[in-house]
Design a protein around this ligand. Sequence first.
Ligand code: ADP
Ligand code: MG
Ligand code: ZN
Length: 490
Amino acid sequence: MSTTVAYEAVIGLEVHAQLLTKSKIFCGCSAAFGASPNSQTCPVCLGMPGALPVLNRRVVEFAIKTALALGCDVTPVCRFHRKNYFYPDMPKNYQISQYELPLAWRGSVGFAVDGTARRVRIHRLHLEEDVGKLLHAGTLQAADYSLVDFNRSGVPLMEIVSEPDIRSPEEAAEYLRQLRAILVYLGVCDGNMEEGSLRCDANVSLRRTGSEELGVKAEVKNMNSFKSVQKALAYEIQRQTQVLEAGGKIVQETRLWDADQELTLSMRSKEYAHDYRYFPEPDLVPLAASPHWIDEIRTTLPELPQQRRARFVEEYGIPDYDAAVLTASKPLADYYEAVAQASHESKLASNWVMVELLGHLNKDGRDITDSPISPTELAALLALLHRGTISGKIAKTVFEQMYQTGKPAELIVKEQGLTQISDQDELRRIVEEVLAAQPGPVADYRKGKVQSLTFLVGMVMKLSRGKANPPVARELLLARLKGEEPGGDG
Ligand code: ADP
Ligand code: MG
Ligand code: ZN
């Protein structure tokens, strides 16, 4: 007889965010992405012996800003440590990072999954330098040769480590989305996972449901999108379940996500902190951010996603669901807010941004920042719709053309004569034509089949090529249907 053991997944994420400073963390070299290899280097970031690091003040400011946004305590005094290991893209053979005294700790990130509020605690937030980048030339199998680009060496990274509070791959992805939104709102990171400005290592273990003890974890690396984080975790949970069910043991190790095969592969057995021989960085003094400076930074905190979401509900009267979708990214929230303000039609604006615009952009894999329709242009379309100049149906056609051609709504409506027909005389002519052509449905309606009215309104719309004002057409039809046969509305 087999008994099924129910397992619960326990997940903790380590997120590395590249900070959007102009210069690197310990030298004055540019931290810009995409320059020709090794053009942004100096003795400090090349790891020359005797070169001395100087901490970038803006890096600390960005990290404190993030810490405050996450509700962390900023440690009164923190320091930097050397993390020793060998890698060809790191000439010093150590990385300057933080160890037992991080810049900040004990915060949290709140978000919702399927309508349920969740909160994941932040364990710590610390600073470190990035390392260089290896470029493998020729085929890797043939191992022709590799080149090193040190432009990335010394680029500032902020690592945010969560507590193991996450319980499913969906929650992990949602936590990451929320964290990313916060960083982008703060302007401290561009949040681009594909380009590696936001990287995530996912730790996952299983335990019997109901147990409080933590199981042995595996750490998965190499995911470069929210979807791959979610998929890698789902795969890993399934793999660990199989191992445990077969009576095996999970080994603590680092695994790589292979996006092509959609599986994780063992990369190396787990390294422990003591393997790195951490020791205090002798070339940097301890860092003590003054309470005055921290307060100053606090006053620069912008409105964060959750606050903006609540304000959208309050100020624009849209449902919380809409507000959540629209505040998921800062550019999207800015876009919506611009349309809502320009059109004074906040609910209509929310529908059109969420359904039409996002629908089109998602289909094309485009971002809101590449929208071919500006907020002002969309607001102009909504104004035409609201005033009754065009019908809802025509508005969709006009939207489609605006999206394809970039032409403004007024021009499209004018060029193609799409103005809605609300003029009674003109509509009455069309109504008469429909009544004459549809004796069957007319008779049905009079016999009490009310749905026939909807059909007849549809025929009026068709005959007018979508330009008839539907409520007016309906009224006229009703008047005629009832007027012809007094007392026939039973
Ligand atoms: P390591 O020293 O292996 O990096 P840490 O204790 O620093 O481990 O934790 C790294 C990340 O792994 C954190 O996000 C933490 O929440 C998570 N974590 C720790 N233990 C477990 C576990 N047993 N299962 C899942 N996640 C865990
Ligand atoms: Mg780790
Ligand atoms: Zn440099």
